[in-house]
Structure formats: structure tokens, C-alpha cells
Write a new protein. Structure first.
Length: 275
């Protein structure tokens, strides 16, 4: 793959994601004020000093947007990585093992997917202690069911190919077949799915925070910022629109990159296609 073959939309998406991660990594140095520092009047309008204005407690929205990027991206990235690792390992194991193992894992996955994700998360998070670790694990377990479904589909598609059967006849173990034969040939669709799951995790976390069961105040995250400032919309204050726009822009940027990855994949077997 040559850099000039990457479309402009993918470059825009990658640039947007890079900016978000730069804000997340260097938040303490880039933010002009502290995450919880009160610097002025409630819902002060934007001016030369406060480019996005102040929130419902008089905190700088721009600073909290930067700190919110760190919280939102950290939780969403951790949940996506865990869910993908869990879903891929279980789905590939089911596809290679077949028989009882495949049946048990698949039926359990179907049972989990039959429960509305948001309702299940709200019930679990309302019972368990509200901290970031519990939040990440709940998001990861719920999201892993979607990863399992795709992972099993692409793994079964590759598992019937001749080079996999040849590896089986050579006496290679299941781990060898999974990581040396199946995984390299399914990378393209899996990478695209990873991007989609990451975008979904950002939206899901923002939803939970908006409902009061995600990131707890005074920590900043974009969904919680929308919740804190939603009442200002009634009075024509746009404080809630800034984090809402950040969520939408980041989701669009991720989808632009995912669309490019999907276009590079002619089929679910395209892991070792043109690179």
C-alpha cells in the first residue's frame, strides 16, 4: 500500500483521531485551566479568554473538553481492546474446535445478545460499585458478543481452506492454527470491526455518563459534560453543544477510516490481499 493511494477522507479521519489522542495524552500541558478549576461566572459566553465559554459551575469548557478527551478515549480504548481480545479468542476457539465447544459458546453468546445492551449495562452498573474498572469491564463484556459473532463468521470462512486443513494434517495445535493461519487472513475485516467497536464504545460511554452511570463527577468526560450543561440550551447557552459536537466529529473520523479499511477488503477472506 502506498501513501498516495489513501483517500483524502481517510487522511481527514486519521488526522481527527490523532488530534483527539494528542489532547488525551498531553491534557495537563495543553489545557489552560485545571479539570475542576472554577474560573468565572456560570455559563459565561465565549470570549477571547474562554473560547468555548464556561459551564454550569464556571469551569472552562475548553479545558474540560481536553481532559474529557483523555477520560473518554482511555475508557473507550481499554474497553475495545479487552472486548476484542475476549471476542476473538473465544470465537476463533469455537471455529477451530467445532462440536460441543462451538455450540456452548455460540448459544451463550446468543443469550447475551438477546438482552438489550443499554438496559443490561444500566442494571449491572446500578448494582456494582461505580468506578472506572467496573465500567470498562462491563462495556468490554457486552461488546465482546458482537466481536464474537463476526470473529466466528470470518474464522469459519477461513478454517475450511486448504492451507488450514494442511496445517491440521501436519499435527499443528489449535493455537498455531488460530494465530498463524486464521488470524493473518482475517485482519482486514477485524481491523474495520475494531474501528466500529471503538466508535460504539465512545458513544456507549457517553450515553452511560449522560444517564449518570458512566464517569462520575467531578471528572470530565464528553457525555457527562453534555448532561451537566443540557439545561443551558433552554436559555440559549451552547455549552452542551461543544462536547456533543466533539463526540460526533470523533465518531465520523473513526468511520471515515473504517470505510477506507472496508474498501480495501474485497471479501471476508481478504486478510492477505493487496497491501
Amino acid at each position: 500500500m502506498r501513501l498516495r493511494d489513501i483517500p483524502i477522507t481517510a487522511w481527514i479521519g486519521m488526522a481527527g483521531i490523532a488530534v483527539a489522542f494528542i489532547f488525551a495524552i498531553f491534557a495537563p500541558w495543553l489545557a489552560p485551566y485545571g479539570e475542576t478549576q472554577v474560573v468565572g461566572d456560570v455559563w459565561q459566553l465565549p470570549d477571547n479568554q474562554y473560547i468555548f465559554g464556561l459551564d454550569n459551575l464556571g469551569r472552562d469548557i475548553f479545558s474540560r473538553l481536553i481532559y474529557g478527551a483523555r477520560t473518554t478515549l482511555t475508557v473507550a480504548s481499554a474497553a475495545t481492546i479487552i472486548s476484542f481480545s475476549l471476542g476473538i479468542i473465544l470465537s476463533f476457539t469455537a471455529a477451530v474446535s467445532r462440536g460441543v465447544i462451538d455450540t456452548v459458546l455460540s448459544r451463550f453468546n446468543d443469550l447475551m445478545m438477546s438482552i438489550p445492551t443499554l438496559i443490561f449495562a444500566l442494571v449491572v452498573l446500578a448494582v456494582l460499585p461505580q468506578n472506572i474498572v467496573v465500567l470498562i469491564l462491563v462495556m468490554a463484556i457486552l461488546d465482546s458478543t458482537r466481536v464474537y459473532r463476526l470473529g466466528r463468521a470470518v474464522a469459519l470462512d477461513v478454517a475450511v481452506m486448504e492451507f488450514v486443513e494442511a496445517a491440521t494434517l501436519r499435527g499443528e495445535g489449535k493455537l498455531w492454527i488460530i494465530f498463524r493461519e486464521i488470524l493473518p487472513n482475517t485482519l482486514s475485516p477485524l481491523l474495520a470491526e475494531f474501528g466500529l467497536r471503538f466508535a460504539f464504545s465512545i458513544l456507549f460511554l457517553s450515553t452511560l455518563s449522560f444517564l449518570g452511570l458512566g464517569i462520575q463527577p467531578p471528572a470530565a468526560d464528553w457525555g457527562g459534560m453534555v448532561k451537566d450543561n443540557k439545561d443551558g440550551i433552554i436559555f440559549g447557552i451552547s455549552a452542551a453543544l461543544v462536547p456533543g459536537t466533539a463526540i460526533a466529529v470523533l465518531a465520523v473520523c473513526v468511520n471515515l477510516v473504517v470505510d477506507w479499511l472496508l474498501k480495501r477488503t474485497s471479501s471476508l477472506k481478504g486478510g492477505r490481499g493487496d497491501a
